[in-house]
Design a protein around this ligand. Structure first.
Ligand SMILES: [Zn+2]
Length: 249
């Protein structure tokens, strides 16, 4: 099967009408491995909840670790709508790959154009250890960052190879901004490998396994590659349009 996929970058408000689709895609994507974030174990002060609070169980099943019945989805629609709401923290952007005909989202990446100071305040505002960590590692709080908050795909539409040309996806998000750095945190080794593959020595990994970073996710920092200027001849435009299409199997 060959499907045409169109890739675009949208400002957060432009994606608002598509939030139903985004929410479902997000919930399905993070419910499976390596995240297993399908449901949340009950938060009860008397009983400690599971590490991270997330579980791969369905609602109503008994969690054998904390001995509680799971009661709610890992990410409620309300939480996700609030998370992706335009204009809350930094300049929100979406990179979207969608089927050319039916416009079904195959892959979505949500990012923010922000600064080191902005990241420390908003993304890590409630995590003192991470807040200190990021400010120590990056002494200039005004330095611009493309913070890639989430990358998720519909594997029923495209079972594998969703992270091809990962560098191009991030470069597209950064285009037109003056950020010097791309950053993201993740539990997904595939995302880290894609960054290493495409950005090579520009890419630095802080891994909790080696106590490089005080949270449970790996933090990836990428020095932004210098962009070749795009000359706006008809040829260059046609080439850009062609680049927007990728054939998938
Ligand atoms: Zn549990």
């Amino acid at each position: 099967m060959t499907n045409m996929v169109l890739s675009s970058v949208y400002a957060a408000p432009a994606m608002e009408p598509r939030m139903d689709e985004v929410v479902t895609l997000y919930q399905n994507a993070f419910a499976s491995a390596p995240w297993n974030e399908r449901t949340k174990c009950a938060i009860d002060e008397a009983t400690p909840s599971c590490p991270g609070g997330f579980s791969p169980l369905s609602i109503g099943q008994l969690c054998m670790t904390c001995d509680q019945h799971v009661t709610e989805p890992a990410y409620t629609e309300e939480t996700l709508r609030a998370k992706f709401k335009p204009g809350t923290e930094g300049h929100g952007l979406w990179y979207v790959e969608e089927t050319a005909v039916e416009r079904k989202i195959v892959l979505a990446a949500f990012a923010r154009i922000t600064t080191i100071g902005g990241l420390a305040e908003t993304v890590f505002g409630e995590d003192d250890a991470m807040q200190s960590w990021i400010l120590e590692r990056n002494p200039d709080p005004t330095s611009g960052v493309l913070w890639v908050e989430d990358v998720f795909a519909d594997t029923t539409l495209r079972p594998s190879n969703n992270l091809y040309d990962f560098d191009k996806k991030l470069n597209r998000l950064a285009r037109g901004s003056s950020v010097q750095t791309y950053m993201f945190q993740t539990l997904n080794p595939k995302l880290v490998r894609a960054a290493q593959r495409d950005f090579a020595s520009r890419c630095k990994i802080a891994d909790p396994l080696f106590k490089d970073v005080p949270n449970r996710s790996m933090v990836v920092t990428i020095e932004r590659p210098t962009e070749k200027p795009i000359s706006d001849t008809a040829d260059a435009q046609a080439q850009r349009v062609a680049q927007n299409y990728a054939s998938i199997d």
